[in-house]
Design a protein around this ligand. Sequence first.
Ligand code: DSN
Length: 424
Amino acid sequence: MPVSAPRDDELWSILERETNRQNTTLQLIASENFTSPAVLAATGSVLTNKYAEGYPGRRFYGGNQIVDEAEELARRRVRELFGADHANVQPHSGSNANLAVCLALLEAGDTLLGMRLDQGGHLSHGQAVNISGRYYRGVTYGVTRSDERIDYDEVRDLARQHRPRLIIAGATAYPRLIDAAAFRQIADEVGAMFLFDAAHYAGLIAGGAYPNPVPLADVVTFTTHKTLRGPRGGCILCREEHAKAIDKAVFPTLQGGPLEHVIAAKAVAFFEAAQPEFASYAAQVVANAEALARALAAEGFRLVSGGTENHLVLVDLQPFDAELTGKAAQEVLDRAGITCNKNTIPYDPRSPFVTSGLRLGTPAMTTAGMGTDEMATVASLLARALRGRDDDGELASVREEVTTLCSKFTPYPELAGGLGTRSG
Ligand code: DSN
């Protein structure tokens, strides 16, 4: 009897409405993207049915000959893409990837040095509320008040003072390039290992639009769903000397059965990122961010660090409107069909739940086909919505223009008429 199930209209209507939301509103969240139909198909494939604890050729269940090929393909492709000695493609997320690195390289109580969360770092880089700051001793560095760029002198001073076992570079809301060579030098000086968390930059690195940290770092982690445009998940690249410890930390220490359907989709994304068109995409993501930055500045917004060198801009709302918080701006923009997230800015006077900033990224809009001309339109729509935030008519008018713009840049036109797979 073939596999079947009763119709689930309740869930499928949710999926259809979310597809419609993604097709008809502007996606400016810097860590989001639109995967290809091939990535979607692999994620929804029969590989979801297979248990495969272990690694290719060394599994704890039978029937893994074909799954092994998929995981091996993903490992080979990602090693080649970034020029890495070793790859582990099993982490379910970026946080898991970072925790696995800590489990592999540190003992409980060891010190790690990472970037402050409220200045652009990440929870998993040693924040007190995260396991990385509970099981390990997290020390944090930040950006200068003057130019809002990473304060490498502070990183060096803290490294000398605290002698961390691991130094972490990488950020979620930092619009500038990170100097991996400077981190390597500091790590060498104090005898620390160096982890570069490239979650936000992996696609830019693969496309040649951001310096590759792999030759400089002991370990590089990243998520596959941001600029890299793959399925939601994590990945670890490391030097051969750390390979065994990393693999053991991912399985069996941290995770159980790997998500082989997601690993297959990662293999698809690595293949796509190796194509020449992906280099054009990565360059366009950065060009679009620069264009968006210029247009926002012309609208009266202040940009943290004065601009951008990557895929995102961090907007300080205070000079635009001293009363406008990041939280209120995010809510207003949602009503206007513009999706983004509130974000603390360096030395933010407001709490992380309120904030004085917005983080805006170009990866998704660039995938949808938008260029620098559209970035000027996006900045103008965003400014209009925020200026007219108490005027329902103005918000409705912006929303209509957003819909018109998105109708020319629809990420999933083939899904616009419905998903078509709901019946059993
Ligand atoms: N949640 C991701 C981001 O938005 O940057 C980081 O994990």
